[in-house]
Write a protein that binds this ligand. Structure first.
Ligand code: IPE
Ligand code: IPE
Ligand code: MG
Length: 261
């Protein structure tokens, strides 16, 4: 029995490839559901777009803080596959902010050795936005500092469905046997197959749900929910979330380190 279980536990617990090692108790991969822009604005009698604008400021601060803290990868949920259901004017505002963010901040990110990566479905995106995302990835490809993963037009179910569709095509063509479809193989067909699963997922604004974020990768992530609306998030709130993470005991289905022997 143990010889069957051991490799499985190792496959989950062992950080995978491309994320460089960080300080010992700093989470290597932090993912954030940046929520509460609209409520931040409403509380001040401002239009929702003002909340989104201030959200971009919080994003800038958080990227800098994450790099300083030695976090290796920061994944930010910036637009979900369900966010298209919002009024067209809000979707336009959000697209405009993404465009502006890449145009204004790409050079600085590159200068700070940040590597930008993007997960999510790109096929149906506006070609201008697609080009900008590709430009950000291409320019920063060789950087080996913080990995900034932008989840844009991203849905966890959509990502898994796209992976399964590609695997199914290989099975149908005879290139792959059904028995070869393992957890590892599915992982290899996700949008960023080389990146370790998130150690810590933070959601701001008090909501306590994943809203279709990183469904596959979050199997053993620690979840921290903070009431702070995203535009008010900063270095201090990030550090507090990491402190909370440090108090958690990760077991991956095994036994606690102290009681395990
Ligand atoms: C997060 O803030 C930004 C996106 C989802 C794009 P919201 O716009 O969801 O803000 P609330 O949840 O309405 O306050
Ligand atoms: C999740 O927030 C998506 C992003 C932060 C981009 P939402 O505001 O869309 O989530 P729900 O609708 O409250 O679940
Ligand atoms: Mg929201």
């Amino acid at each position: 029995m143990p010889e069957v279980q051991a490799p499985k536990i190792a496959a989950i617990a062992e950080p995978k490839r491309a994320v460089p090692a960080a300080g010992s108790d700093v989470p290597r991969h932090v993912a954030i559901i940046m929520d509460g822009n609209g409520r931040w604005a409403a509380a001040r009698g401002l239009p929702r777009v003002e909340g989104h604008r201030r959200g971009v400021e919080a994003l800038r601060k958080t990227v800098r803080a994450a790099g300083d803290m030695g976090i290796a990868c920061l994944t930010l949920f910036s637009f979900s596959s369900e966010n298209w259901q919002r009024p067209a004017s809000e979707v336009r505002d959000l697209m405009g902010l993404l465009r502006r963010f890449i145009r204004n901040d790409l050079a600085e990110l590159h200068g700070n050795n940040v590597r930008v990566r993007v997960i999510g479905e790109r096929v149906d995106l506006d070609p201008g936005i697609r080009r900008l995302l590709e430009e950000a990835e291409d320019l920063t490809r060789a950087n080996d500092g913080l990995v900034l993963m932008v989840a844009f037009n991203y849905g966890g179910r959509d990502e898994i469905a796209r992976a399964v569709r590609r695997i199914a095509a290989d099975v149908a063509s005879g290139a792959l046997k059904p028995e070869a479809v393992t957890e590892a193989l599915i992982g290899q067909h996700l949008d960023a197959p080389d990146l370790a699963d998130p150690d810590l997922i933070i959601r701001t604004s008090g909501e306590q749900r994943l809203s279709n974020f990183l469904l596959w990768q979050s199997a053993y992530s620690e979840l921290v929910f903070t009431p702070v609306y995203w535009p008010d998030f900063d270095r201090v709130t990030l550090e507090q979330a990491v402190e909370e993470y440090r108090r958690r005991e990760r077991r991956f289905g095994g036994l606690a380190a102290k009681t395990g022997s």
